[in-house]
Design a protein around this ligand. Structure first.
Ligand SMILES: Nc1nc2c(c(=O)[nH]1)N[C@H]1C(S)=C(S)[C@@H](COP(=O)(O)O)O[C@H]1N2
Ligand SMILES: [Mo]
Length: 381
């Protein structure tokens, strides 16, 4: 591991897009380690919980977690609307509340498995979590504000501020108005997670939750919603979060990162080796279980391979039709005999999208939903 000093990476005023790709023998730097300790993943054994307890749910924060005061917090809805709103938390809580169980996943999940490796938060596969989010449907608030003719997007601004690849900014993202204002898309202005006020790291006191989209859309510490009559071209929309570099064209604007690609993950079987995290099991039946999700539609199939992807068998999938945005549970049986195995698991959704056996590369390291491969050692009798 080399010791790249973090400060050397800040170059105010100079935009370098897209991000850097690691050299052939370049290990993870101290700067990336610093990101990885702040932005923790879901310990995969926590896939056993239907909803992820806060503290185990993954966290991704671009800048600092702001210190927020719920007593003075306001959400402003303005821009291209007839009736701008400015609401405190009491006003939001007084409105009809809904709760959605939503699986969030970071678009960079799987990035550290890419070659060459995009230099950024080095996720393996653990940047996921599921929570019951309670709040006010964004559609209801937008209907109250009354978008004017010609409105095209809603832009969401968080209270956090930083500099990224030379660009000083508030964290800001947009959604097409058609989706933001569609009650069936389930977009929420949430003030509670698993029945309690949002924890600081998950957006206290208010966040957006956009079901089915990669996590970057779910703006935390939400302070304003601005309806616009032109598409938003801010950094997190037009520069970051693009599938770029898939072609050789250096000026490739890329495709926007939007919905979550299908993925299945397994509760690590048996018990771990401390240092390598390889799994150890005893001979005999080993119950295998986990979760699977997709932002494109329900997961209809989960397959398991225990022979290095020579053959696949179907797992049993249980999805709750009343919770279309939450992960499904899967289980399968496996009988271990002494030896070393690679267990692979892959999900397919109702649109036919599935997980690849080789990682799909792009410069930002987004949407790498490579099948999960878990090394398992079965002890002798
Ligand atoms: N204001 C703000 N919102 C944000 C972010 C951020 O840095 N600032 N990170 C985004 C990204 S990239 C992800 S993956 C999710 C992570 O949400 P979580 O930490 O609650 O799991 O928050 C999103 N919302
Ligand atoms: Mo993310």
């Amino acid at each position: 591991m080399d010791g790249t000093p973090g400060l050397g990476e800040v170059s105010l005023g100079e935009v370098s897009a897209p991000g850097r790709v690691a050299g052939p023998d370049e290990g993870i730097s101290t700067a990336e380690l610093a990101l990885a300790t702040r932005n923790h993943g879901l310990p995969l054994e926590a896939l056993a919980h239907d909803t992820s307890p806060p503290g185990l749910h993954y966290v991704l924060v671009h800048y600092d977690i702001p210190a927020t005061d719920p007593d003075v917090w306001r959400l402003d809805l303005d821009g291209h609307v007839d009736h701008p709103l400015s609401l405190d938390l009491a006003a939001l809580r007084a409105r009809p509340a809904v709760t959605h169980r939503v699986t969030l996943e970071c678009a960079g999940n799987g990035r550290a498995r890419l070659t060459p490796r995009p230099v950024s938060q080095p996720w393996l596969a653990e940047a996921v979590g599921t929570a019951d989010w309670t709040g006010v449907p964004l559609a209801a608030l937008l209907a109250e504000a009354g978008p004017r003719a010609g409105a095209v997007e809603a832009v969401f601004t968080g209270a956090d501020h930083g500099v990224e690849r030379g660009v000083e900014q508030d964290y800001r993202r947009s959604l097409p108005l058609g989706q933001a204002a569609d009650p069936d898309r389930g977009v929420l202005v949430a003030y509670a997670m698993n029945g309690a006020p949002l924890p600081p790291q998950h957006g206290h006191p208010l966040r957006l939750v956009v079901p089915g989209w990669y996590g970057m859309a779910s703006v935390k510490w939400l302070r304003s919603v601005t309806v616009t009559d032109t598409p938003f071209t801010g950094f997190q929309q037009a520069v970051a979060y693009r599938y770029r570099g898939v072609t050789e064209d250096p000026d490739d604007p890329g495709e926007p990162v939007t919905l979550i690609a299908p993925r299945a993950l397994m509760i690590p079987p048996g018990f771990p080796d401390f240092m390598t995290r390889a799994r150890v099991v005893r001979p005999g039946p080993v119950p295998l279980a986990g979760r699977a999700w997709s932002g494109h539609g329900p997961v209809v199939r989960v397959e398991l391979s225990a022979d290095g992807e020579q053959s696949w068998t179907d797992a049993e999938v249980t999805a709750d039709p009343d919770r279309p945005w939450a992960w499904a549970a899967w289980r399968a049986g496996w009988t271990a005999t002494p030896g070393t195995y690679l267990l692979s698991v892959r999900a397919t959704d109702a649109t036919g999208r599935t997980q690849p056996l080789t990682a799909p590369w792009n410069r930002g390291g987004f949407g790498n939903n490579l099948v999960q491969r878990v090394e398992v050692h079965c002890l002798a009798e």
